[in-house]
Design a protein around this ligand. Structure first.
Ligand SMILES: Nc1ncnc2c1ncn2[C@@H]1O[C@H](COP(=O)(O)OP(=O)(O)OP(=O)(O)O)[C@@H](O)[C@H]1O
Length: 326
């Protein structure tokens, strides 16, 4: 399948403080490849660098090192005209759909305006396409919503609208940052299902940033990959089903075992490993060793000294751990 996004040895350093002399390493040597029709979940807890990575993929943030390729072209080296042509092909959906939707525009205008900008179509076609897009995302019957405003919708409805707006440019890739974190529990599965449908029915590559393991599982169990982020590094990567049923990295295991379980009987009998620390590591470009070493119960001297690289342990499974990736 055709490659749509490639992240090649990306690192990101944020500088702050007096004369910007304090450097924080937020992402470290990340490599990812997404092809047409792929599904990918970037999972990890708060502060691990998920949003920064998603924004770099969407060209909303520049990496400090490394290259971002869209459709096999280095986006930093593209001319403005070429960039403009590709921009609509990669769509980014924000965590908070309400903040990204114009509150004073009707739902019709929110979809029709970008449609008019993206495609050279007449008024009747704009009307028809607006209707189709709203129906595609489950806002049906579309005409019922035309004259309403974003505040008339539930959180789930607003996220559907944000997705419909992203579809106006006929994207080949959608990157959504925590698309369900601001939505009621009962509506979350339906939004993930919508992303699955966009992937299955229209071949759109979908990259979701999630901290909810249950949602990550639902999205990638039959198809798709998971990249587990800890301290700005990918510590485990592979097919969703494989990583979630046979996790190898101690952080992935803790992440999976700490996720809520609906069945109280299973939840009561579950043993959740306690970490040595729950602090999010602050890394600098000078930091040594594995970012997880300060929290890990299995760390060795080597873990404090050397940063482990991702090692292929199975055909579709990679782990960065000195102790367990053998
Ligand atoms: N513009 C910025 N300037 C300085 N530090 C930043 C900036 N953006 C993010 N950071 C820091 O980078 C680290 C990773 O942030 P990021 O938002 O990417 O993580 P995350 O995994 O998405 O977490 P969350 O789910 O809480 O958003 C955090 O420590 C954050 O404070």
């Amino acid at each position: 399948m055709k490659q749509v996004i490639k992240i090649d040895h990306i690192s990101k350093i944020f500088s702050r403080g007096f004369f910007k002399k304090q450097h924080k390493l937020v992402l470290s040597d990340i490599n990812l490849e997404i092809s047409q029709g792929d599904r990918l979940v970037i999972v990890g807890e708060s502060g691990m660098g998920k949003t920064t990575l998603a924004r770099i993929m969407a060209n909303l943030e520049l990496p400090s090192e490394g290259e971002v390729l869209w459709f096999e072209k280095n986006i930093q080296k593209l001319r403005e005209k070429e960039k403009k042509l590709l921009r609509g092909k990669v769509q980014y959906i924000h965590q908070d759909p309400y903040a990204s939707l114009h509150p004073a525009k009707t739902i019709y205008k929110i979809i029709a305006d970008p449609l008019r900008n993206a495609q050279k179509i007449n008024r009747k076609e704009v009307y028809e396409k607006t209707k189709q897009l709203l129906e595609k995302v489950g806002l049906t019957p579309a005409e019922y919503f035309f004259n309403k405003y974003p505040h008339h919708l539930s959180g789930g409805g607003r996220q559907r609208l944000a997705i419909a707006r992203a579809l106006t440019t006929e994207p080949q890739v959608i990157i959504a940052d925590e698309p369900i974190s601001m939505i009621d529990m009962s509506l979350r599965a339906a939004i993930i299902k919508l992303f699955k449908d966009l992937n299955d029915l229209y071949g759109i590559a979908v990259i979701l940033v999630l901290h909810d393991i249950g949602a990550a599982k639902y999205f990638t169990y039959e198809k798709g990959e998971i990249a587990v982020l800890y301290g700005g590094k990918i510590v485990e990567k592979g097919k969703g089903r494989e990583v979630l049923t046979n996790p190898v990295h101690p952080y992935t295991k803790v992440l999976i075992n700490s996720s809520p379980i609906a069945d109280p009987e299973i939840a009561r009998n579950r043993v959740v490993e306690q970490l040595r620390s729950y602090e999010v590591p602050v890394r600098t470009p000078e930091s040594k060793g594995c970012p997880f070493a300060h929290a890990c119960n299995y760390y060795t001297e080597k873990c404090l000294e050397e940063d482990p690289q991702l090692i292929v342990i199975d055909s579709s499974h990679e782990v960065a751990c000195h102790v367990f990736s053998k």
